[in-house]
Ligand binder design. Structure first.
Ligand code: IDP
Ligand code: MG
Length: 136
């Protein structure tokens, strides 16, 4: 059954800084994701705190928000059948050391914090995260 979904993907500062954006976008396209919208932005720390609100009680919250706001990122709306789960699979585990071969984080991630990409984890969060970057 067809279940076309949209999900939010972010190419994080470590990957943008290493000029991997085009290569990572190619990985999405080669895996049949349509990039419906994209924009390069640099967000403030308080915007990052809002984006990652769900993690506010975690010990790494402050570092995470510092990091996401440390340099330019590319936010994208990806569309595909089962896009949310398919993107999570293509990204691989949060820690690149634990990510499967063939995943984006395995190939490009540096460490658990500098893991190159973000992807929404549920329909509810995908909607919120898409609105965060693309609602005008
Ligand atoms: P996810 O990005 O795979 O969905 P989450 O658990 O939602 O992983 O965590 C959000 C982000 O926070 C991760 O992508 C990673 O950059 C960072 N992070 C997660 N766990 C840790 C940790 O234990 N130490 C440092 N950073 C972490
Ligand atoms: Mg997450």
């Amino acid at each position: 059954m067809s279940n076309i979904q949209q999900t939010l993907s972010i190419i994080k500062p470590d990957a943008v800084e290493r000029n991997l954006s085009e290569e990572i976008k190619k990985v999405f396209k080669n895996n049949n994701f349509n990039i419906l919208k994209e924009k390069k932005v640099k967000i403030s720390k308080s915007e990052a705190e809002k984006f990652y609100q769900i993690h506010q009680t975690k010990p790494f919250y402050n570092d995470l928000c510092e990091y996401l706001s440390s340099g330019p990122i590319i936010a994208m709306i990806l569309e595909k059948n089962d896009a949310i789960l398919e993107n999570r699979k293509l990204m691989g585990a949060t820690d690149p050391l634990k990510a499967d071969i063939g995943t984006i984080r395995k190939k490009y991630g540096i460490s658990i914090d500098k893991n190159s990409v973000h992807g929404s984890d549920s329909e509810e969060n995908a909607k919120k995260e898409i609105d965060f970057f693309f609602k005008d």
